[in-house]
Design a protein around this ligand. Structure first.
Ligand SMILES: *[C@@H]1O[C@H](CO)[C@@H](O)[C@H](O)[C@H]1NC(C)=O
Ligand SMILES: *[C@@H]1O[C@H](CO)[C@@H](O)[C@H](O)[C@H]1NC(C)=O
Ligand SMILES: *[C@@H]1O[C@H](CO)[C@@H](O)[C@H](O)[C@H]1NC(C)=O
Ligand SMILES: *[C@@H]1O[C@H](CO)[C@@H](O)[C@H](O)[C@H]1NC(C)=O
Ligand SMILES: *[C@@H]1O[C@H](CO)[C@@H](O)[C@H](O)[C@H]1NC(C)=O
Ligand SMILES: *[C@@H]1O[C@H](CO)[C@@H](O)[C@H](O)[C@H]1NC(C)=O
Ligand SMILES: *[C@@H]1O[C@H](CO)[C@@H](O)[C@H](O)[C@H]1NC(C)=O
Ligand SMILES: *[C@@H]1O[C@H](CO)[C@@H](O)[C@H](O)[C@H]1NC(C)=O
Ligand SMILES: *[C@@H]1O[C@H](CO)[C@@H](O)[C@H](O)[C@H]1NC(C)=O
Length: 657
């Protein structure tokens, strides 16, 4: 009878789990990009879903007018709001956050840039960690004098209680739209009838509150758990640098009579969404300009500058604590290349400098622009520096230095730190009939403006091909030749992603810059593959590795063959850690150093399906439980009266015939 009871209940359970959400057929979304959670010393920003994913009825927000349906009048909250890029604005998002009627948001990524402007970043980037603090000069603190990014709406620094995804795939969008139109549009303005089309988004984040809390949890996990699971990781990566003069990389600290000029550019970018950072103007334009400038300089590419200058603050810290090949006293001056991609052919380049340190006459003299053949100008002498890595050097010591930009005052970039800061923003267009190879060798208008030395076609070609490699596809004939074969799979048919990583991960951008720099500044040496990989010229060589780095690169394809003619490149390109000193020093509440961490997560997915109304579900559940109880009762009655009901029973053992 127990068997009977169990089978009975099991069948009922099966019946209800199958029938009750009667058409729960899931369609998985194939290409979604979430917004994730980031934490600093005091706050958490970004988005997350609940542990089991958030579900809501899909509503397409065609314009701001039908916001009211979502916020007040709709009959079937919570809603999963699907919006076009143009409706992804701060005020709507804030009202969603406070309404309690929104389960999540999906943003359709447009195929072309918005006509207007869009910057989800703050108006004063890295406001608190640059040089302009109250102590340095109150007149300049908090972008008092120049608000660099006036278009910034701060969306990237808000905290949302629901998941927000970007829909990158047209097919996904199509499927969602069809489901919405078939089920969620009421006939003639009446409320739509169940079943309705719903969407579920999973992006549960492990870390909460702030960086000190999550680092503490990491430690507890580490100490007490058998299989420790970290909840967050410090943002980080590597800086890439090289010098034109040979420097012994293992000999740290001050070098007598050494004086270096640092040429720098930033190597990272971000947008509202995770892993989506084209950074065309904000990063790539400066990187390309610096790579193309083969001058007598020390090159530094600072990584992770978006999040409170992680890369440069670590470098300055290492220089001050004798952990780098040169120290702060060796630095003569800094030349930084910022956003330079939006210059038209007749407008000047702007050389920005720091008015406070220039009050010292010797610093001022060194900073003063030397006359060059390029069309350059200086902004008003009382204008402070735009956000730049150079500010971190100035925090350590007054130094001469300039930051090169294409704007005189506020940013001309209308899409700063957004997904629209893409090749289109830089007018990188190719005639439509060119093959990929022809595009690679085509000199765009953007490159012409930037190369600006017509007598130097090699530079022009380099600029143009670098722009192609960073902004169109990194999988191109040049880049394929100059990287080691282990990395070949990292070259892709899309623009380079300048998004930041965690710990010492080499990002896509740092790895590319490392090998391009080796190709542009290094030499090909006749060294065997084994010696090259062991960082030496020949078996007896012990010292060269202190001065050089060697890489065995793929080389060009041999004629009529798929084999590559690999060779060894010797250069002085190095990487150095770009992790905020706050983590080594355990200053997790620091306001001088970046404290940004990124939460971990287990699952990022989205799917759509049809849902029954809540009332119907409850009714079905009620009936189900009723039937279950009834059947239990029946089973009980049947089992207790079995002797009577099934009179054959078991033969009594003492039966006699
Ligand atoms: C952390 O980030 C929030 C949001 O951007 C900001 O308001 C706050 O000042 C930051 N805290 C520190 C210590 O930088
Ligand atoms: C989108 O759908 C079309 C036709 O249904 C198909 O050919 C195409 O490969 C799909 N694209 C993706 C990215 O799945
Ligand atoms: C995702 O891809 C699978 C397999 O290609 C396909 O069956 C499914 O319909 C796709 N989903 C969407 C929303 O396009
Ligand atoms: C919707 O309204 C129109 C005009 O009032 C009417 O002709 C049509 O039959 C209605 N449709 C339904 C499904 O009620
Ligand atoms: C890009 O093209 C548009 C339209 O042709 C033009 O108005 C704009 O000035 C161009 N921008 C640059 C940086 O060349
Ligand atoms: C100017 O800066 C130089 C170098 O940093 C320093 O030696 C000198 O004392 C400063 N002069 C004044 C007037 O502060
Ligand atoms: C740089 O790349 C070019 C083109 O692939 C190649 O011809 C050249 O030998 C490389 N130089 C170095 C130093 O790697
Ligand atoms: C490279 O070195 C090998 C052995 O030292 C020598 O036989 C060969 O000729 C060299 N190749 C070139 C191009 O110098
Ligand atoms: C490559 O192949 C083509 C046709 O197969 C042949 O004509 C040519 O001579 C070959 N070239 C080399 C360098 O072997």
């Amino acid at each position: 009878y127990l068997n009977l009871l169990l089978i009975n209940s099991f069948i009922l359970l099966l019946f209800y789990s199958k029938i009750f959400p009667y058409f729960k057929i899931y369609v998985d979304l194939n290409y979604t990009v979430p917004c994730v959670r980031l934490l600093n010393a005091t706050h958490q920003i970004g988005c997350q879903s609940s542990l089991s994913g958030d579900v809501g009825v899909i509503h397409f927000l065609e314009s701001e007018q039908n916001l009211d349906w979502v916020l007040n009048t709709g009959h079937s909250p919570p809603y999963m709001v699907v919006l076009e890029g143009a409706n992804f604005i701060l005020s709507s998002m804030i009202s969603f956050n406070s309404s309690g009627r929104v389960a999540g948001v999906a943003v359709i990524e447009p195929n072309t840039n918005l006509p207007g402007d869009f910057s989800p970043h703050t108006q004063c980037p890295n406001e608190n960690t640059g040089v302009y603090t109250e102590q340095y000069d109150p007149a300049y603190a908090h972008c008092n004098r120049t608000l660099w990014n006036p278009l910034g709406n701060g969306l990237s620094y808000e905290q949302f209680h629901f998941p927000i995804f970007s829909l990158k795939d047209d097919n996904d969008t199509q499927v969602i739209r069809q489901c919405f139109q078939a089920h969620n549009l009421g006939v003639n303005g009446s409320a739509p009838e169940y079943p309705l089309c719903a969407m579920q988004l999973f992006s549960h984040m492990s870390a909460v509150t702030d960086t000190p809390t999550c680092i503490r949890r990491n430690k507890i996990q580490n100490d007490f758990s058998i299989s420790p699971e970290k909840v967050c990781d410090p943002l980080g990566g590597v800086n890439v640098w090289t010098s034109t003069r040979l420097i012994n990389n293992t000999d740290k600290g001050h070098k007598k009579s050494e004086s270096v000029v640092i040429a720098a550019a930033r190597l990272d970018s971000r947008s509202f969404f995770f892993d989506l950072a084209p950074g065309a103007q904000s990063s790539a334009s400066g990187v390309v300009a610096l790579l193309a400038a083969a001058q007598k300089l020390c090159f530094f590419f600072f990584f992770q500058e978006t999040f409170d200058y992680i890369g440069s603050s670590k470098m300055v810290y290492d220089m001050e604590t004798q952990q780098f090949a040169v120290d702060m006293d060796n630095v003569h001056s800094v030349l930084e290349v910022g956003q330079v991609g939006l210059r038209s052919s007749n407008s000047p380049i702007w050389l920005h400098s720091d008015p406070v340190s220039r009050r010292n006459s010797s610093v001022d003299e060194e900073t003063a622009a030397k006359n060059t053949n390029v069309n350059v100008s200086e902004p008003d002498a009382s204008q402070p520096l735009p956000p730049s890595s150079f500010q971190r050097f100035l925090r350590a010591r007054p130094l001469p230095g300039i930051v090169i930009q294409d704007h005189q005052s506020v940013y001309t970039n209308r899409y700063y730190e957004s997904m629209f800061d893409n090749p289109e923003n830089l007018n990188m267009t190719y005639p439509p009939d060119l093959s990929p190879d022809e595009q690679f060798n085509f000199v765009t208008e953007t490159a012409k403006v930037r190369g600006n030395k017509p007598s130097c076609p090699v530079t022009l070609c380099t600029v143009s091909q670098l722009l192609y490699g960073f902004l169109i596809k990194s999988k191109n004939p040049w880049f394929e030749q100059i990287i080691p074969s282990d990395f070949a799979s990292r070259l892709v048919d899309r623009p380079t992603n300048f998004y930041t990583g965690v710990h010492l991960q080499k990002s896509e951008a740092s790895f590319l810059v490392e090998y391009i720099l080796a190709n542009l500044t290094g030499t090909v040496v006749n060294v065997t593959q084994e010696n090259c990989k062991n960082q030496r010229e020949n078996e007896d060589d012990k010292d060269n590795k202190y001065f050089y780095s060697y890489s065995w690169v793929q080389g060009a394809l041999a004629p009529n063959s798929s084999d590559r003619q690999s060779f060894c490149v010797r250069s002085s390109v190095r990487t150095s850690p770009a992790i905020s000193p706050a983590f080594d020093l355990e200053l997790l509440t620091s306001s001088d150093y970046s404290t940004w961490t990124e939460s971990r997560w287990k699952k990022i997915t989205g799917r759509i399906f049809l849902v029954a109304s809540h009332d119907l579900e409850m009714l079905t559940l009620g009936v189900g439980i009723g039937i279950l109880l009834l059947s239990l009762l029946l089973t009980y009655i049947i089992s207790s009266k079995a002797d009577i009901l099934f009179c054959s029973g078991r033969e009594p053992t003492n039966a006699t015939y």
